[in-house]
Design a binder for this molecule. Structure first.
Ligand code: IP8
Length: 257
């Protein structure tokens, strides 16, 4: 069994309070991932896992300081400040998961990932694949990266990482843990399934979820997965047992096909 799980920054932090951690959620997530690993071990199934996490109240407020009219400015300082904020956040996530003896290792996108001139990701996954073979759990996160177009810099979102890795590595499960029960329709009812029959309507109604976010909220999640043809489920990762249930293929949310 091979799963890629994105933990939205909103479930790991209070997005309105810079540098805040939602310790209760982070600990529950640690417990539930550990339990899922144990469940599969007892079934004599090897669960291979990649974890992705977003920028939360670390990456977003710092990145926002360096964005002027949609372009990054003063990036001599900005690059390392955004990287540093994400380094701090990733350290906390990694340390907490390691406290549960989960064999997580950190992957820092700003060190080796770029967007090329056509906005395609240049993202070598060889080390990640080799880590998986050794039963390590790579943890990759949203970050600042070089954009080879004239703009020069771009946010690499966890919502780029999950579909890109899923497309390339073809997991059995691609999971988007968000802070809502799924993608809402205009009446705040969860849409069970997004496919070619309703994608345009859904994208039209979606707007970035939070004004503190420098990436694209639900719109980016849906669009990136749909455009790459990645099957995924968007579910509420802040509800207890949902991370465990999702890793056991048993969670409710919005599926994208
Ligand atoms: O929260 C954003 O990642 P996301 C990363 O997954 C930064 O979109 C640095 C803001």
């Amino acid at each position: 069994m091979f799963a890629i799980l994105k933990l939205g920054g909103s479930i790991l932090c209070d997005k309105n309070v810079p540098y805040s951690i939602n310790w209760e959620n982070l600990q529950n997530i640690g417990i539930e991932i550990k339990e899922a690993l144990e469940y599969y071990r007892k079934e004599e199934i090897n669960l291979k896992l990649i974890i992705v996490h977003g920028g939360g109240s670390f990456g977003h407020p710092v990145a926002k300081k360096y964005l002027k009219n949609g372009k990054f400015v003063d990036m001599g300082k900005g690059y390392w400040e955004i990287q540093k904020a994400m380094r701090k956040f990733n350290n906390i996530v990694i340390d907490e998961l390691q406290n549960f003896e989960i064999p997580v290792v950190s992957i820092q996108p700003s060190s080796f990932i770029t967007f090329d001139k056509d906005l395609n990701l240049r993202f070598d996954t060889n080390a990640i694949e080799k880590m998986l073979e050794k039963d390590l759990i790579p943890v990759i996160h949203g970050d600042i990266v070089i954009d080879e177009r004239e703009n020069n810099f771009k946010i690499f979102s966890g919502d780029h990482a999950l579909p890109h890795l899923s497309k390339k590595l073809n997991p059995d499960l691609s999971l988007h843990a968000s802070d809502v029960d799924g993608v809402w329709d205009t009446k705040f009812k969860v849409i069970e399934k997004i496919d070619s029959s309703n994608i345009n309507k859904v994208l039209e109604s979606l707007k970035p979820s939070n004004k503190e976010d420098v990436t694209g909220g639900m719109h980016l999640k849906v669009m990136e997965c749909y455009n790459l043809g990645v099957k995924t489920i968007i579910f509420n990762g802040s509800k207890k047992r949902n991370i465990y249930n999702a890793l056991l293929k048993n969670v409710k949310g919005t599926s994208i096909n």
